[in-house]
Each structure stands twice: as structure tokens, then as C-alpha cells.
Write a protein that binds this ligand. Sequence first.
Ligand code: FES
Length: 78
Amino acid sequence: MIVCVCKSVSDRKIRAAIAEGVDTFDELQFELGVATCCGKCEESVRDVMAQSGVCQSHCGVEHHTRAAPVAFYERKAA
Ligand code: FES
């Protein structure tokens, strides 16, 4: 699937770059040119990075992109 239309970059290309060691958004911009034209793809590029296990903070903690929804229940007085 094409992620960056302006530069014709697919999610496969982004994953391949990540597999080759690219681990920051800035590096992806430099290597592939993503989000350097209109910028509308930035969020999608970051999503692909997160799905590929790249942590933007480089904290070493594995993050999950889709957290389970949290439900809050209000307790009613008896
Ligand atoms: S869609 Fe990526 S820069 Fe425009």
C-alpha cells in the first residue's frame, strides 16, 4: 500500500528501510523522502514505524499501537 503518494513510497519500502537499520522518522525522511512534500503522510509513516516496533523515544520499551479500550463505570449509590 502506498503510504506517501508524493514520493510513491509504500509501507513495504518503509518496513524494508527499518529492517536495514533506519530507526528514526528523520532518517526515513532522508532515505525515502517521505513527508517531505505535502506532509500529509507523516502520521501514516509514524504508524508504520510503530507497527514495525520502532519506538520514537528510543526508550527500549516495546509499545503497542492499538491499546485495548478502557471502560469506566460509575458506581451508583445504594
Ligand atoms: S504524501 Fe507524503 S509528502 Fe505528500
